[in-house]
Design a protein around this ligand. Structure first.
Ligand SMILES: [Mn+2]
Length: 384
């Protein structure tokens, strides 16, 4: 048994600290702000950021409160997946997100044993190294995703719901997990991921009017549109802020009616799409078309949603959009034909920074000199 005087808390003595070296324990733990600081016998003593000590029952030797980290793709699917989860399981969490293509999010998480990470709509494969480190540290990780995961870790702290079927998105997987409790947000996300049929199928039990479905589609497209850009500065809203604003609404129609974010996004979307509509294909065949977009923020924002639009308008044709980055390379979005949703991931994975899904994939950095190789590979994947 050791006695310990709590630094900075005059008169408070904690007894029964179950540690072989109480002085070291004090040094390492009591100086830390805003953490659980001591665990004494059967009682856990917590120090809130200043001078409150609260005794509570303690079942495990945790020295601080559990922290929750939500790592989510900054597009419609990621945002709506998180919204569904946090409506069902509210928690104060740290948000980790970025532009849609910024999916190496786990390396930004500083978690400790007992903390909980929720990862949504980001590929396991692109986070394999930090994921393994978190699991080994004793962090619990829950994962929902529909991108090609590579090899999945087998670990008692890892729980995954991954389905790469072409008509599934992460929000639909979360919807499955929640038994349809927040279905309407899964519908928004499916529209955002350009899965119109899946969105309408998921919406059937909700008995919505056609006009309402059109509104949900517009919302999904706007949230998705906001995720595209090379840097956060290209975006209208940081995806974490957009999520925070959205998370105040349980009803998407109220968000559409009231939120200034929706107005900004729908106006920006219309303006950017008007600029895209006058682009000519660089190379167009019956089986596929390649567009090259200029180095402009509007082009970086609109490329993904314009690719979806082209795919919907020409369901038998594959599409590739190459957007010039300010750094000189090209960022590539590929959409398989809607009538034959395959090949996009394999095509993109042949290039060093490529990845994605069978129906929709991309390459983050395509050097200009590799454009002819890419175009040849594109038409080899989708021959006339
Ligand atoms: Mn998705």
């Amino acid at each position: 048994m050791a006695c310990l005087h709590v630094a900075g808390l005059p008169g408070v003595t904690v007894r029964n600290i179950d540690t072989p070296d109480p002085m070291r324990f004090e040094r390492e733990n009591l100086a830390k702000p805003q953490s659980v600081v001591a665990w004494a016998g059967g009682d856990k003593l917590r120090r809130r950021s200043d001078r409150h000590l609260i005794a509570t029952g303690c079942r495990r030797p945790s020295l601080r409160e559990t922290m929750f980290f939500d790592a989510f793709n900054g597009d419609a699917d990621g945002i709506c997946a998180l919204h569904q989860m946090r409506l069902a399981e509210p928690a104060a969490s740290t948000l980790i997100t970025g532009v849609k293509r910024d999916i190496g999010l786990l390396r930004k998480i500083d978690a400790r044993a007992g903390d909980v990470v929720l990862a949504l709509d980001i590929a396991v494969e692109k986070n394999a190294v930090p994921l393994a480190a978190l699991l080994e540290k004793g962090v619990k990780v829950r994962w929902f995703d529909h991108h090609n995961p590579g090899e999945l870790p087998v670990h008692p702290n890892f729980q995954a719901s991954i389905d790469t079927a072409a008509d599934v998105c992460t929000s639909l997987l979360v919807d499955r997990f929640l038994g349809g409790k927040q279905r309407i947000w899964a519908v928004v996300a499916a529209f955002g991921d350009n899965l119109h049929e899946a969105a309408r199928r998921a919406a059937e039990p909700l008995g919505l009017a056609t006009g309402q479905l059109d509104q949900l589609r517009a919302l999904g497209e706007c949230l998705n549109y906001n995720g595209y850009g090379e840097r956060l500065e290209d975006l209208h809203f940081h995806p974490a802020l957009l999520y925070r604003s959205l998370s105040a609404y349980t009803d998407p129609f109220a968000f559409i009616q009231e939120a200034p974010e929706f107005r900004t996004l729908s106006q920006g979307y219309a303006a950017d799409m008007a600029l895209a509509a006058v682009l000519q294909a660089d190379e167009a065949r019956a089986s596929g078309a390649v567009f090259i977009l200029p180095d402009a923020a509007w082009a970086r924002r609109v490329s993904g949603v314009y690719a979806n639009d082209l795919a919907t308008a020409n369901p038998n044709r594959a599409h590739a959009l190459l957007t010039r980055s300010p750094k000189g390379h090209f960022v590539v979005s590929v959409r398989a034909p809607l009538s034959n949703q395959r090949g996009a991931d394999e095509l993109c994975r042949r290039f060093a920074t490529g990845g994605g899904r069978r129906a929709a994939a991309g390459i983050n950095v395509l050097p200009e000199a590799h454009i002819p190789d890419f175009i040849a590979a594109f038409f080899a994947t989708y021959p006339s």
